[in-house]
Design a protein around this ligand. Structure first.
Ligand code: NAD
Ligand code: WQD
Length: 340
């Protein structure tokens, strides 16, 4: 058990809330910095119900340097930062690029500046498989070249990785882990926290659960003519609780090893098609999904999945939740939010 304090920016969001639960269950003291741009304060109540501990909370916008400085001043005794705070809707980023560059990059720069000022030396950053684009060979390893992103959102992840690398290179005391998440899905098994999409979901899993509960009529399956075994797009779907655990493994490794910078793919190592996801959801929950095949979605890569060997070898972390359990948790969460 650890009683170290960890600052979790974006901790009221989807991945941040599950990571806060995992951190608190492992004995860490968590302080969340979040402006609630894409989350609600009730998440703090739910985290408290699950763990029996209420995380500390600073309602701040990480792009506001004065607010960030004040919050670091109150929490300068933290051992590390897990930086989730970002906007993440790919399509929205194409329409509002400056909002995305400002929010995602200014937040990161402010956090890094205050970490330097307050001698907080460890940061875990939420990167994304989007940095690989459509790789020439699969699975994607950490050495697969990154590609210029097709959206401003993706570009913020490539730029953020560079900003962190340069900051660590210039500061011998600083350590960083870049976690490249593949496709996070699912919810806490209690069904008390999960993904809360605003409006029409962009992502597959919340769309499926909204169709399952009757909130949407049918799922549009984007393309059936991809050069994949069944013609549908292939992704590596990682359970959000497993993903949360990866952050703890990363923190521990960073603090124990003293490595300057490390990068890890966080996925299962297995690619699944959209149709396999639909069929697994139906089997696990007993609920049929009404769907129709439509045109490909512009910007979708045909297939990507992770080589997750480095995280297994170096962090001792691997995905462990059976996909059926992930599906049932996502469905339980959807049923809980549909009630309210
Ligand atoms: P989310 O939107 O659920 O959570 C992000 C949280 O950050 C929200 O609570 C939001 O209110 C907060 N936030 C945003 N801008 C902020 C700001 N300026 N100041 C303070 N708080 C701010 O998203 P998520 O799915 O939990 O994603 C977390 C991180 O993981 C993001 O950096 C995202 O880009 C990255 N990521 C997500 C996915 C995915 O598919 N969900 C995949 C790869 C990477
Ligand atoms: C998954 C598959 C779609 C919705 C995105 C971001 C990526 C990362 C994770 C943050 C694809 C298909 C989807 C639908 C469908 N986020 N689909 N009908 O696009 O792999 O990744 O989220 O970093 O950067 O781009 O995830 O869930 O949108 O799509 O058929 O209504 O489901 O074509 O094959 P994606 P997704």
């Amino acid at each position: 058990m650890s009683n170290q304090k960890i600052i979790v920016t974006g901790g009221c969001g989807y991945i941040g809330s599950h990571t806060t639960v995992a951190l608190q269950n492992a004995g860490y003291n968590v302080v969340i910095f979040d402006n609630l741009a894409n989350s609600t304060p009730e998440t703090l109540d739910r985290i408290t119900e699950i763990t029996g501990v209420r995380p500390m909370f600073e309602k701040i916008d990480c792009t506001d340097i004065d607010a960030v400085r004040d919050a670091f001043d109150r929490h300068g005794d933290a051992t590390g930062v897990i930086h989730f705070a970002a906007l993440k809707a790919v399509g929205e980023s194409v329409s509002y690029p400056l909002m995305y560059y400002k929010n995602n990059l200014v937040s990161l720069i402010n956090v890094l500046e205050m970490m330097t000022a307050f001698n907080i030396e460890n940061i875990v950053f939420s990167s994304s498989a989007t940095v690989y684009g459509a790789p020439d060979t699969l699975p994607a390893t950490e050495d697969t070249p990154t590609r210029a992103a097709t959206s401003p959102y993706g570009q913020t992840k490539i730029m953020a990785e560079t900003i962190i690398r340069d900051t660590v290179a210039a500061n011998p005391k600083m350590h960083a882990v870049l976690l490249r998440y593949f496709n996070p899905i699912g919810a806490h098994p209690s069904g008390k926290i999960g993904e809360l999409p605003r409006g029409v979901p962009n992502n597959l899993m919340p769309y499926i659960t909204q169709v399952a509960c009757g909130q949407r009529e049918k799922l549009n399956v984007f393309g059936d003519d991809y050069p994949t075994p069944d013609g549908f797009c292939v992704r590596d779907y990682i359970d959000v609780n497993d993903l949360a655990d990866a952050h703890i493994a990363a923190l521990r490794h960073m603090i124990d090893s003293g490595d300057d910078i490390d990068v890890f793919n966080i996925g299962t190592g297995r690619g699944l098609s959209v149709m396999e996801i639909i069929r697994t959801f139906e089997r696990a929950t007993g609920v049929k999904i009404n769907y129709t095949i439509t045109a490909r979605r512009p910007g979708d890569v045909p297939a990507i999945w992770a080589c997750a060997d480095k995280a297994a070898k170096v962090l001792g972390w691997r995905a462990k939740t059976p996909l059926d359990d992930t599906m049932r948790a996502a469905w339980l969460w959807q049923q809980n939010i549909s009630k309210n």
